[in-house]
Every structure is written in structure tokens, then in C-alpha cells.
Ligand binder design. Structure first.
Ligand code: DP6
Length: 313
């Protein structure tokens, strides 16, 4: 009998960019994310004679998934598997699919192979595939921090409902992957030590802002975090320039909306898409403005979602 699990994507409001040396794919710095209910990966696993992978209905080889399976098999009894995974959001839209993908895969394998992992162990398993996936095990606001580097639920999705409008400015896959980009920043950016030195204080301040449901403080910290991360990217050698002209126009529009009373802030990841986080009442206005910016090819809207789980049969 096959086993199916679903997981949602997440976006970090406090960013992870840079790994510890050694095994386990542990981040250098803490992060804090929101899980996005509208962006879902559904993954089915079943026994097979040899590993086989299908993504969105097509047979593929994926080095990152193959590496994760080999790594997991050092610790868990996982036989050869046929894995089939689908995203309900366009994979080619430049939105992170590895977070929801590895969270769904770890959840499906845990159930299918009878590993009986705790949420924390399953989060660590997902992290070994992709750092951000550790956070998609939980819904709502999720922290990933020392010493365990397992996702920890900070606030349930319905405890502070927020909306996210994603402005897609370039649908093609990103030029430099997060894994390669963050290693480059750690090795070459003169600002990397400052990133590490300020991370814990930023993390504590953001956790406090979430605890107090302080939207303005959360927005100020989130914008500072993504801009600090892009400063690392820009100061890497060779430089990592993920922005498009339309990305900058979206950021400018979000500032103008805010000056005009809208409760909204921006964040970006290792790509040109701009994510506007806002209170639900302002989502329609934010989306209407962003979708009309030249260079924005489409927008997506999401609320917060729940954690990774086995699908009902
Ligand atoms: C910019 O989790 O994709 O989205 O661990 O190498 O798979 P790997 O990296 P990944 O990096 C995420 C980087 C980010 C910020 C974040 O999600 O915290």
C-alpha cells in the first residue's frame, strides 16, 4: 500500500543563509518562518525494486533527493522506493519547493517505513535534505535554532492570521541554488562574520514580536533580515544578484502602501520574487498594486497553513 503525505511551503521572516561545517546540514544561524497554506506538495511513496522518482508526473533524477536518501539510510531502515511528488504551485515559478518537498518526503517515509519518529526527529530528517524543510514540519510561525536545529512551533496559524501576496517577476529557475550560494557567501563575503554576530539578537527580537503579535516590529525585523541577507549575497564573489528591476519596483510599492496606511512588509529569498506579508484585510489592495507593476508576471495569495501530515486514505 502506498503512503501519501502533504506539506506546505514556508517563507523565512528571519533568514537562514550559511551552514555549519560537517554533516547534518545544520544552519549557522537561527531562523523563523511562516508556513504558507496555499503552496502544497503531495508526495506518495511505495516499495519498488529500485529507487525511482517522479516530479509532477515526469520521471526525473534529482541529486539532492538521491543524496538525502543515501544519508537517511545510514540511520533508518528505508528500502528502495518509488517516489512521486506533485506541487500545486508552479515549480517553474521560482518559489522554493525544497522546503515542502523534503518535509512531505520525510513525513511519507516515516509513516511508510514505520520509523515512528517524533516531530522533532522528523524535522531533523527533513533538515538533512534541505535546511528550510525542517520548518515545514510545523504550521504557523516556526523557529529553527540551536542546539537541536529542529523546527519548533512558535504560534499556531490561526493564532495570528496573516496573508502573503507573492509577486512573481521571473518564472525561470534561479541561476545559483541556495546551497551553492550560501557556501559562496560564507567563503567570500567580508560581512559574513557580522551576519553571524547579529543573528541571535535578531532572532530573540523577532520571537518577542511574534509573541506580542506586534506587526510593526515583525515587519521592521523581517525587512532588515532579508536586506542583510541580500547584502551578503551582493558582497559575495562572484556576486549573487537575485533581484530584477521589477523586484525593486515591488519593494518601492510596498513602502508606498505602508506610508499610505497599509499594514504590509516585504521579504525576498534567493530569487527575484517579492513576498508581501500583510494583515488579511489589506491583501486585496496589496495584490491589486503588485500585479500591475511592469515585469510582474503573476501574483499568488496565501494564508498561513498547518504542518506536514500523512494524507487521509
Ligand atoms: C533564502 O533550505 O533551500 O530561503 O539547506 O541548502 O537546501 P539548503 O538551503 P535552503 O535555503 C533557504 C534559504 C532562504 C532562507 C530561508 O528559507 O531561511
Amino acid at each position: 500500500m502506498p503512503t501519501t503525505a502533504i506539506a506546505h511551503s514556508n517563507i523565512a521572516l528571519l533568514k537562514y543563509w550559511g551552514k555549519q561545517d560537517g554533516p547534518g546540514n545544520r544552519p549557522d544561524t537561527p531562523s523563523l518562518s511562516i508556513t504558507l497554506g496555499a503552496l502544497t506538495t503531495t508526495t506518495t511513496v511505495e516499495e519498488a525494486d529500485a529507487d525511482a522518482l517522479q516530479l509532477d508526473g515526469r520521471p526525473v533524477h534529482d541529486a539532492k533527493i538521491e543524496r538525502a536518501l543515501a544519508d537517511w539510510r545510514r540511520d533508518y531502515p528505508i528500502g528502495p522506493l518509488a517516489i512521486s511528488s506533485r506541487n500545486d504551485f508552479p515549480t517553474a515559478a521560482g518559489l522554493a519547493s525544497s522546503a515542502s518537498g523534503f518535509a512531505a518526503l520525510a513525513t511519507a517515509i516515516d509513516a511508510h517505513c514505520g520509523l515512528r519518529l517524533s516531530d522533532g526527529e522528523r524535522s531533523a530528517m527533513a533538515r538533512r535534505g534541505s535546511g528550510s524543510a525542517a520548518r515545514s514540519i510545523h504550521g504557523g510561525f516556526v523557529a529553527l535554532a540551536a542546539p537541536d536545529w529542529r523546527g519548533e512551533a512558535v504560534l499556531a496559524p490561526d493564532a495570528w492570521p496573516l496573508a502573503v501576496v507573492v509577486a512573481i517577476t521571473a518564472p525561470e529557475p534561479k541561476a545559483v541554488s541556495s546551497t551553492v550560494g550560501m557556501d559562496r557567501s560564507k567563503a567570500t563575503s567580508p560581512y559574513y562574520p557580522a551576519w553571524g554576530a547579529t543573528a541571535d539578537a535578531d532572532f530573540e527580537a523577532m520571537k518577542a514580536a511574534v509573541g506580542q503579535r506586534d506587526f510593526d516590529a515583525l515587519g521592521e525585523l523581517a525587512e532588515a533580515s532579508f536586506l542583510k541577507m541580500h547584502a551578503l549575497m551582493l558582497s559575495s564573489r562572484p556576486a549573487l544578484i537575485y533581484w530584477r528591476g521589477a523586484s525593486v519596483e515591488c519593494l518601492r510599492a510596498i513602502r508606498e502602501l505602508r506610508a499610505d496606511g497599509c499594514r504590509v512588509f516585504a521579504t525576498m529569498d534567493a530569487g527575484p520574487q517579492v513576498k508581501a506579508v500583510c494583515v488579511p484585510d489589506d491583501a486585496e489592495r496589496v495584490e491589486a498594486v503588485l500585479k500591475d507593476i511592469p515585469g510582474v508576471v503573476r501574483t499568488l495569495r496565501s494564508g498561513l497553513g498547518g504542518g506536514a501530515r500523512v494524507a487521509d486514505s
